[in-house]
Design a protein around this ligand. Sequence first.
Ligand code: NAP
Length: 517
Amino acid sequence: MKTLRSFVQGGWHQADTGFATLHNPCTEEPIAQASSAGIDFGAALAFARDRGGSALRAMTFAERGALLGAMSKSLYEKRDELIELSSLNTGVTRKDAKFDLDGATFTLSYYAKLGESLGAKHWFAEDEGAQLGRSPRFWGRHLRLPRRGVAVHINAFNFPAWGLAEKAACAILAGMPVISKPATSSAWVTERCAEILVDSGALPEGVLSLICGSTGDLLSRLGEQDVFAFTGSADTALKLRGLPNLLASSTRVNIEADSLNAAVLAPGIDRDSETWDLFVQDVTREIMQKTGQKCTAVRRIFVPRDEADEVQEALCERLGSAVVGDPHESSVTMGPLATEGQLRDAEAGVEKLAAEAAIVHGTGKRVDGRGAAPGKGWFFAPTLLRVNDGGAADVVHRHEVFGPVSTICPYEGGVESAAAGVGAAGGTLVTSLYVDGPQALTGYLSAGGATSGRLYVGSEKVAAQLPGSGTTLPAMLHGGPGRAGGGEELGGLSGLGLYQQRVAVTGDRALLDRAGD
Ligand code: NAP
């Protein structure tokens, strides 16, 4: 069985005790083990801060960008191998593996280009500045300087490559070294990505470290200049964000957590229009892609009450075409859930939702998968539920089922009442809104725009170009208010902000202008 290693203090560390086991989700067979036992987290942090931090701060944005470009290229060169490993480790189909891996290389290359465009500077001023005294001589402006600590990243199991890359891209470009910890169940893919990056020789020492297994006392050692960015469940986030040292040192913390994302069909969309087709196509994809194990998946579908039957029929027809099974079978379109725990949680979650919603497609229970041994594998078919009144529902707006599960929530009146339903989840990463004119968009923005981190507007003219609401683009913000964690990642240049200290510099303008950057 494969033993995963961690990469700390510029070398590979292999534990010999305390292992957690990783399984093949299609066969349930153990495939690898991971443990971080024996790592000296204090020394790992010091090495990253000192060596990695100094190396990055000495580099210009263009040089850091070139480093990200090299990272993207080296991962892309091993794409086929990584796709195969993703299937083994997490049970994803080829298409779903690409979604994760191509997302990783694309995000790295996006930030590589951004670095190139920022050029030969080490930091930048975020504004022109302002006159502060009687004469223009007394001047002030805000600089964005790299924080002098380490960025510790903890990621969820569902994006083992993208999770590593999207956080690392922003931190490295800003000038901060990274210690990344993947979720244990999918850590083999991340470990291999790290191995490829280390072997490429592009990374200066200390810039990227990897922890496979538990974080030990790493988090309780973080201090004033460090950054802690977490992606995972709201329950784990709640435990970690309140660690006494993080509070006492004002360590910068960013949380990306659960999200009960919504799709909203505005009233009056013609059944034969491209907007309607786009809505059905997007929602189906967002339920099934990565077996619904996406933080941006659509969990609630708000539709005008008099169109709910038609929507239900169209969705059931499409969901019925899913072939659930081992992705090595060519006809399979949806793989298993990643772990037995995820399967049990999904089953229990549907049972909870079914207390107030009717199951209109699927069973909410484990199924046998095509190409897999009967009774083996954590397979789960798409399940669609429907509540009578989206506004009056309760559990549907509070409980995230992390699988191919979604609920139709009929609403009365205009998009404003759908916005109230969307808001009942207390903050989401993304809401998709399908409209055919500006009025409904304006109505939605005023009534509920602020309850989501991203609003994906689907309409006829852009239908052919839209990637789907679940696709996170590096140029656009990722994160959402409230239960979605309140964090912000990516979003082009603003994604660097988490890793930079804004410093207001005031004084003689002539002097300020001559200071190097
Ligand atoms: P999870 O159980 O909360 O785990 C997330 C990460 O936290 C894993 O790396 C896990 O490591 C680690 N962890 C757990 N307890 C810890 C502790 N006490 N100290 C340090 N690290 C700890 O979540 P998950 O099951 O991996 O992911 C599913 C959840 O993530 C869903 O709720 C989903 O909505 C959310 N998610 C959100 C986003 C977003 O961007 N908002 C993206 C993806 C997923 P181990 O695996 O070793 O326990």
